[in-house]
Design a protein around this ligand. Sequence first.
Ligand code: SAM
Ligand code: SF4
Ligand code: SF4
Length: 348
Amino acid sequence: MREHLPEPPCPDSLQRPLRDLRISVTDRCNLRCLYCMPQAVFGRKFVFLRHAELLSFEEIVRAARQCIALGVRKIRLSGGEPLLRHGIENLVEMLARLHTGDGKPIELAMTSNGTLLAKRARDLKNAGLARLNISLDALDEAVFRRMCGSRGTPIAAVLEGIAAAQAAGLTPVKVNTVIKRGNNESEILPLIHHFRHTGIILRFIEYMDVGLSNGWQLDDVVTAHEILSKIDAEYPLRPAGVHCPGEVAKRWEFTDGGGEIGIIASVTQAFCHECGRLRLSTDGKLYTCLFASEGSDLRDMLRGHCSDDALRRRIAAVWRKRCDCYSQLRHAMTGNPTRKIEMSYIGG
Ligand code: SAM
Ligand code: SF4
Ligand code: SF4
């Protein structure tokens, strides 16, 4: 008798369905953001993965196809800086061809630091990318250098990338800003002022304790409440609705019609209860949480001539036993977890 293969919905042990897949296509980056890849840790001697260790595009697509069979409806390419992966437009094209069992296209998105985007936004759109989130933590060059270790890349390059994404129709373009206390709170209002009335959605992300290299302390977190109060005092806001289930950003709109912003309060208002996100690392490990310490290897399977059915069963088994809710437990935790994985490797 034929064994029954897992089909969606594929709930984890807390009944959360698998919905999103984040794929890290490279662990390398041309920036050194102090909250992600601080220069002191990711310096000249840091050993990045060798090319042979990375999943190939064919391997990524094969894994993605099985994740879609288990319920994934949205795929986001990330890293590291995804535009550093040679030929990434080809991977976009390959992934954009994937459909769900009932023939619906999946939503394909990317998160990029925008520095290399200006000349490539149109090709990404033509390859089938639907949406783009671009990270930008400051409009002041000195603050940008401090936050992102930009090593000479000017903010103008990112702003050109944002404009190119908008012109190419990768809309709505979202700009992600991490606020770290004592570093870039001064940029909140200038960023708001710059992006109001442009159709670009600015989103503030609470600084998180991802990985072990950023020296995170709770005091460094500028809370969603603080950020909102600051903005609301200058540009009054009201809550906006929810777009889709599992949306991590709380949406707010300016009462004067200046557009909307988002707040991702991963530290002070954890959203683990509705987190349906699986991560595929650069070298082919599955992680069920941004704060996971161990991943489950898929690369050996992918390179060992396993069947698609076996691959799907493996992914389903990893998801079904998932019980992660790190952010909800963060405050209850004492001491340091023994090992955590860096965001650049797992895909932010
Ligand atoms: N290099 C690309 C970029 O910066 O957009 C994609 C990878 S990056 C790891 C993805 C997102 O994670 C970025 O928006 C970045 O700001 C965010 N991020 C990285 N480290 C973070 C941290 N410690 N806390 C909150 N957000 C973080
Ligand atoms: Fe690079 Fe993005 Fe991490 Fe900044 S947040 S160091 S741009 S991967
Ligand atoms: Fe999801 Fe883990 Fe973040 Fe909770 S802590 S929202 S489970 S990634």
